[in-house]
Design a protein. Structure first.
Length: 362
């Protein structure tokens, strides 16, 4: 039976990227392609958004479980190439460069035209400082990580895909403790620009394991309030860390962040299963739209923000203008993308179904 709440959670997480990345423009703690006047509200939104990328990787693991029930390992790998690698390559060639171009115009006063910029962009690999115009996968790092993780875990997932019970170590209190300890330990391994592929691989594997056992999913639903209470306590601790002590590293901080994130994801699964396990016109439309919207949204946002900030760079008005315009233009881009075979291929969409021929009378 299709679990519609998984679609809901994934779609809502992807839509959340638009207000999140808009907040990055007004966040006073981190760099971005274009920047407005810092806002305390934006700081709070950005610092409290530690959950959505782990959620996307977790749900990718759930989806992989259902995909491997219907496909061989070879078919799954070919699908990963078509749905992830191809869009990543096209995205890096066509979608990402405008972000760097407008970053150079905003931060460095770059005045050459776009074609001159592209020649520089693709030939200078000396500085991967993306917010100053350097070559980078930008937000498409998620797609690359997911592709690598999917293929790296494929032998293990294929071996355990027919097991319909959660491992004993993950039952009972172990559902919170074991993943939290594992995630904290993996967080101490080397990362790439703050993005730890080992931690994200663990979330994919956890999603794959949880999806095997409907009894565990039922238990997560029943315990959703407990998980939410733990998650809120964890979030309060992170808030104190960031505002009073300052960002921390080391085993203790890694353990606290792991518990806070993992229990929040469990709470989201529980509440999603309880209240979102139904089909709707929204999910029917946005399920195929989600991936193209993810790919194009940040480029659209950066371009829109560059021109909006030229008029007004502080307060709620530019935030609202940037977010609303990005949302509308991202869906407009999807409407164009889905209409041709080539663009569907470029953005990881399945081929369109042929239109049914009209029935002729007589």
């Amino acid at each position: 039976m299709r679990k519609d709440y998984i679609d809901w959670l994934r779609n809502l997480a992807i839509l959340f990227l638009i207000p999140y990345h808009t907040a990055r423009i007004f966040d006073g703690r981190n760099g971005f392609y274009v920047k407005g006047e810092p806002s305390a509200v934006a700081d709070v939104l950005v610092s409290s958004s530690y959950w959505f990328m782990p959620l996307l990787f977790l749900l990718s693991g759930v989806s992989s479980r259902y995909a491997l029930r219907r496909r061989t390992a070879g078919a799954y790998a070919r699908e990963r190439v078509a749905r992830l690698l191809v869009p990543f390559l096209f995205g890096c060639l066509l979608v990402v460069p405008p972000q760097a171009y407008y970053a150079m115009r905003f931060h460095l006063g770059y005045e050459d035209d776009y074609l001159d910029f592209l020649l520089r962009y693709f030939t200078d690999v000396s500085d991967w400082s993306e917010y100053a115009g350097g070559i980078s996968p930008a937000h498409l790092w998620f797609i690359l990580f997911l592709f690598v993780i999917s293929l790296a875990l494929l032998p293990l997932m294929t071996r355990i895909k027919d097991h319909d019970r959660l491992p004993r170590a993950l039952r009972g209190a172990g559902l919170v403790l074991v993943p939290s300890v594992a995630l904290a330990a993996l967080a101490l391994l080397p990362d790439l620009s703050g993005k730890n592929i080992f931690v994200y691989a663990a979330y994919v594997l956890l999603g794959f394991l949880i999806a095997a056992d409907d009894a565990v999913l039922d238990r997560i639903e029943r315990s959703r309030l407990t998980f939410l209470a733990l998650a809120l306590a964890g979030a309060a601790g992170i808030a104190v860390e960031l505002t009073v002590i300052g960002p921390q590293t080391g085993p203790a901080a890694a353990a606290w962040h792991a518990v806070a994130t993992w229990t929040l994801l469990l709470a989201m699964l529980g509440y999603g299963k309880r209240y979102l396990n139904r089909r709707s016109r929204f999910t029917a439309y946005f399920n195929p739209a989600a991936f193209p919207v993810y790919i194009v949204h940040q480029t659209i946002l950066v371009v829109v923000a560059y021109y909006v900030l030229g008029l007004i760079d502080h307060g709620p008005i530019p935030y609202a203008l940037i977010a609303i315009a990005t949302l509308a233009l991202s869906f407009g881009a999807y409407e164009l993308i889905r209409r041709t075979r080539v663009t569907r291929l470029m953005f990881g969409l399945k081929p369109a179904l042929p239109a049914a021929e009209p029935v002729r009378a007589g």
